[in-house]
Design a protein around this ligand. Structure first.
Ligand code: ATP
Length: 448
């Protein structure tokens, strides 16, 4: 993999350009916790919006929810998380570091070579207490996945949305896992965001819908501009499947540390609603009006990570190239995902240029995420915009003062076109909605 970017370069770009920083860095940071900065928050929001649009907005068989992170503790007993959301851990008797038993190859501590304890089970859920008295009855958990709320809310959603099966319930939100070995930047953290869909179907149609969602979700990543050769599907072997799951595929991306999971798609059978019916005492079966009978729906679950998608997109978009003898680093993010759509750059800090540049900036702001920059040389400013993936730089020069036209510089092919100020929004809108660039850039040639 000679031309693949390593993680250090991604981490450094993220820090330098305001995508992602270590959390509470002024206090030395907190292990594996990260903050999204001004560019990162836009990219992350664009990823979530793309998922919501494809999963909820453009479909009539999926509705969304936004559930509480803290749920009734019985939820986690019913789901099996209290008993079995555990990893076997060993501890080094000299340096006291803990390791997943599965990561140990020679029975000694990988850091100091010390002796290890026997494996002990460690639950990955974060516990906290609700109310002022810390007693057993008030122990609750931070959710380790968003999915359980879709099962617990199934009855309410079904009756209020007046939908029939197949019906999906979608949610994007934070989840928490006390991971033993977090790492690889934002790939594995203890607090992360998930995009999950629980798709409730009639038993017997589950295999059809499972295949459908595996394809649908794979294509979603391709449509976001991720190169096909960096994505693959991996079916779980029998020994890897959760005891209730009928089938499961991972969508994997070729991260710098190797192929790793981006999203899992599982056929969960009727396990979830059966368990919640048992623990809650509610009848969670569905009355099928056409078949004139009741059954417990089967569930197909595509479950993806927002942060892992952001990381894969950054890695895939990262390009170092040489243009006319000069090195440039460019993030070839699809324009819909780019944090900034346009940058307004007066050619210099000349006092005659600035009022027009500010006017153009104010004109674009309501329609597009736009930034304004008049510091340093124009070359350096272009470089900064390339590094954050801004698809269009709009330059205001002395000619603009006479003809009221500005130059649009396109990020990928560096083509430059001049347009009248009053046509600027229209031109950008057309380009952003997919009108090909002058010379077709990479992202536009990818599979639709
Ligand atoms: P892994 O095997 O990598 O621990 P998992 O199989 O436990 O992942 P799931 O429970 O299937 O993961 O969660 C669905 C998705 O949520 C994952 O595909 C991933 O994108 C995301 N995810 C899970 N755990 C984390 C984490 N600790 N940090 C960031 N994202 C995560």
């Amino acid at each position: 993999m000679p031309d693949r970017v390593n993680m250090e370069k991604i981490v450094s770009l993220c820090k330098r350009r305001g995508f992602i920083f270590p959390s509470s860095e002024i206090y030395g940071g907190l292990a594996s916790c990260w903050d999204y900065g001004p560019m990162g928050v836009e990219l992350k929001r664009n990823v979530k919006n793309a998922w919501w649009k494809a999963t909820v907005q453009e479909r009539d068989d999926v509705v969304g929810i936004d559930a509480s992170i803290m749920m009734h503790p019985e939820v986690w007993r019913a789901s099996g998380h209290v008993d079995s959301f555990t990893d076997p851990l060993v501890e080094c008797t000299s340096c006291h570091l803990r390791w997943r038993a599965s990561e140990i190859s020679n029975e000694r501590c990988p850091t100091c070579g010390g002796e290890l304890t026997e494996p002990r089970m460690f639950n990955l859920m974060f516990k906290t207490a609700i109310g002022p008295v810390e007693e057993e009855a008030s122990t609750i958990y931070l959710r380790p996945e968003t999915a359980q709320a879709m099962f617990a809310d199934f009855e309410n959603v079904l009756s209020t949305s007046r939908k029939k099966l197949p019906l999906g319930i979608a949610q994007i939100g934070k989840s928490f896992r006390n991971e033993i070995t977090p790492g690889n930047f934002i790939f594995r953290t203890r607090e992360f965001e998930q995009m999950e869909l629980e798709y409730f179907v009639k038993p017997g149609t589950d295999e059809h819908w499972f295949d459908y969602w595996v394809k649908e979700r794979f294509n979603w990543y391709i449509n976001l501009g991720i190169r096909k050769e960096n994505l693959r599907l991996r079916q779980h072997g029998k020994e890897e499947l959760a005891h209730y799951a009928k089938d499961c595929y991972d969508i994997e991306y070729l991260f710098p540390m190797g192929w790793s999971e981006l999203e899992g798609i599982a056929n969960r059978g009727n396990y979830d609603l059966t368990q919640h019916a048992k623990y809650s005492g509610r009848d969670l079966s569905y009355y099928d009006n056409e078949e004139k009978k009741r059954y417990i729906p089967y569930i197909i679950e595509p479950s993806g990570g927002v942060d892992r998608s952001v990381l894969a997109l950054l890695i895939d978009a990262y390009h170092e190239e040489v243009v006319e003898g000069e090195a440039r680093l460019v993030l070839r993010l699809q324009p819909s995902l780019a944090p900034m759509k346009a940058a307004i750059l007066p050619l210099s800090k000349n006092e005659k240029l600035i009022p027009l540049a500010k006017k153009v900036y104010a004109q674009l702001c309501p329609s597009f995420m736009t930034c304004y920059d008049d510091s340093q040389s124009i070359g350096r400013r272009y470089r900064r915009q390339d590094e954050i993936g801004t698809p269009f730089c709009i330059t205001i020069d002395f000619q603009s003062l006479e003809d009221n036209q500005v130059t649009i510089r396109e990020r990928d092919n560096l083509a430059q076109i001049r347009v009248p100020v009053e046509k600027l929004e229209e031109t950008l809108q057309a380009k952003l909605s997919g009108e090909p660039f002058e010379a077709t850039p990479l992202w536009a040639t990818r599979q639709k």
